[in-house]
Design a binder for this molecule. Sequence first.
Ligand code: FES
Length: 108
Amino acid sequence: MEQAFVAVANASEIAPGSFRKIEVAGRAYILANIDGTFYAVEDLCSHEDYPLSYGCLHGDHIKCSLHGSRFSLKTGEPQEDPADTPIATFRVELADGQVWLDPRRRTN
Ligand code: FES
């Protein structure tokens, strides 16, 4: 495991089809379990900087509760207006029953 990774959750505590808001160094992220694979995105809608953690999952997308844009948790790409800019996605690894996040490097 590279040193940049930070343990952020026990994998067993986030069931498939759910997510949790986490914070690393004062920055908020969404950690989602999609069919056993974990994804991390910044907890910030690219439309008006609204927390995406107020929204809900739709398959492998998260829907912003303010104006309804959906974002891919895999790529960060918006799927619906009004957002037209991707959200930040981050590397996630599973090891020793823990979910590890690399908050220093975006993957998109
Ligand atoms: S703030 Fe998220 S769609 Fe407008």
